[in-house]
Design a protein around this ligand. Structure first.
Ligand code: ARG
Length: 467
């Protein structure tokens, strides 16, 4: 019989297909570092509390250290029959140091162990995500700052609405990412709770020291209920949910990059290094990277739904269903990291075609609101001003003219309140710089917003991964 750590009460070997079906080692081996780190602290705690001897504790820690090195050298055999990373490491430990290795699992269960590993893992990964979000924000800030003079049409309903600074539009994404960062930071509060010591579900009769373990592993808190601690995966779902919001934001940005780099818009050009060609149409340069980030958003939402569904209606406490939490959350982490990394680099090489954006802002009637506001300043109620301006626009459409083509006489046909300064008011740059309300698009507001955002990032520098 193959020696399962739980083999005692069994009289027959596990069938091969069951082993394969239940094994998680091919994906949870990713948690080996966290698993070993947790076990080392657990062993030291057992020694310190006199549950095992100090000598035994040292032997175990030493053995674990060697196993860590073996894994890092690629010498460790991750065997399916050992089911998961926890049992594989324990089995190797016993192989190396003998029976005493079997004392490591005292006052512990795989249920609190796996919860611990996942928390350690997500604590590190969310920190990396936060750092990568900062990098993306820096890239956006750089793009905004390098294009402070660029005016473009702002849109509602994807129809030209009012002229804005390109930089103001870009800064909108800095704000979205700021909230995503805050949400990950908030998530970390709930991730950073120690579950170890809950054992299978009811706690343990051994005189363990959970505070010691928490301190050594850098946990802010110790879980208050052993049943909750082994059955809670909120922190996993929450991370996936915050990641979904982040991907939603990235997908909107990517959608705009795709639109703007099309011939129809022609607002930006993406660097050749981030595009690919077509195997049949020689003229094509495709924005694959933003398209793929937009597409990968689906994976992250899918993972969130998968996690929510796995946990739905599960009775307390641990159920094997919960093993299904790992692949989706790994997928989330990998996808979001890769997306943020590549997007940060791509953004640094975006070229803006300022004459195209300016022309687009001037085409159409993007300063119509400014005309109405002008009349309001002359004492006309906004609704009436809106009507007058509407008539003016209709006249332009009939004459095939833009607002900028009109002379003062034509304006005055619609209202005697128009004076020569109206010809200034309809300039897009005037329109932009008049919007000085807090958070508005006026240059001075945007410059300030950039300064403040930089300050929040605290002198962080752009890191290049490529080349
Ligand atoms: N591989 C398991 C998981 O990922 C570890 C916990 C197993 N616990 C158990 N009682 N079978 O959830």
């Amino acid at each position: 019989m193959s020696q399962k750590p739980w083999g005692g009460r069994f009289t027959r070997d596990t069938s091969k297909i069951v082993e394969e079906f239940t094994a998680s080692i091919h994906f949870d081996k990713r948690l080996y570092k966290q698993d070993i780190r947790g076990s080392m602290v657990h062993a030291r705690m057992l020694g310190k509390c006199g549950i095992i001897t100090e000598a035994e504790s040292k032997q175990i820690v030493q053995g674990l250290e060697e196993i860590l090195a073996e894994i890092q050298r690629g010498e460790f055999a991750f065997l399916t029959e050992l089911e998961d990373i926890h049992m594989a490491i324990e089995r190797r430990l016993i192989e190396k140091i003998g029976e005493v290795g079997g004392k490591l699992h005292t006052a512990r269960s795989r249920n609190d162990q796996v919860a611990l590993d996942l928390r350690l893992y997500l604590r590190e990964e969310t920190q990396q995500l936060i750092d990568l979000i900062k990098q993306a924000q820096l890239s956006l800030l750089t793009l905004a700052e390098n294009n402070l003079e660029v005016i473009m049409p702002g849109y509602t309903h994807l129809q030209r609405a009012q002229p804005i600074l390109f930089a103001h539009h870009v800064m909108a994404y800095v704000e979205m990412l700021e909230r995503d960062k805050e949400r990950f930071q908030d998530c970390q509060k709930r991730i950073n709770v120690l579950p170890l010591g809950s054992a299978a579900l009811a706690g343990t009769s051994f005189p363990i020291d959970r505070e010691f373990v928490a301190r050594e592993l850098g946990f802010q808190e110790v879980s208050r209920n052993s049943i909750d601690a082994v059955s809670d995966r909120d922190f996993v779902i929450e991370t996936a949910s915050v990641a979904s919001l982040l991907m939603m934001h990235l997908s909107r940005l990517c959608e705009e990059l795709v639109l703007w780099s099309s011939a129809e818009f022609g607002f930006i050009e993406l660097s050749d290094a981030f595009c690919t060609g077509s195997s049949i149409m020689p003229q094509k340069k495709n924005p694959d990277v933003p398209e793929l980030i937009r597409g990968k958003t689906g994976r992250v939402y899918g993972a969130l739904l998968s996690l929510l569904t796995t946990m739905k209606s599960l009775p307390l406490a641990y159920n094997r269903d919960m093993q299904e939490d790992k692949e989706p959350i790994f997928e989330v982490i990998d996808t979001v990291k890769a997306s943020l990394q590549i997007l940060s680099e791509l953004l640094l090489e975006v070229k803006v075609n300022r004459s195209r954006t300016f022309q687009a802002a001037n085409d159409g009637f993007s300063t119509a609101t400014d005309v109405a506001d002008y009349l309001v300043r002359k004492g006309i109620p906004f609704r009436v001003a809106h009507e007058i301006t509407g008539n003016l626009i209709r006249y332009c459409l009939e004459q095939g003219k833009k607002l900028l083509d009109l002379d003062l006489e034509e304006f005055r046909k619609f209202s005697r309140d128009f004076d020569s300064d109206i010809l200034q008011v309809i300039q897009v740059s005037e329109s932009v710089n008049s919007r000085k309300s807090r958070g508005g698009t006026a240059r001075e507001c945007v410059v300030k917003a950039i300064e403040e955002a930089k300050k929040r990032l605290g002198g962080l520098e752009i890191q290049k991964h490529r080349e």
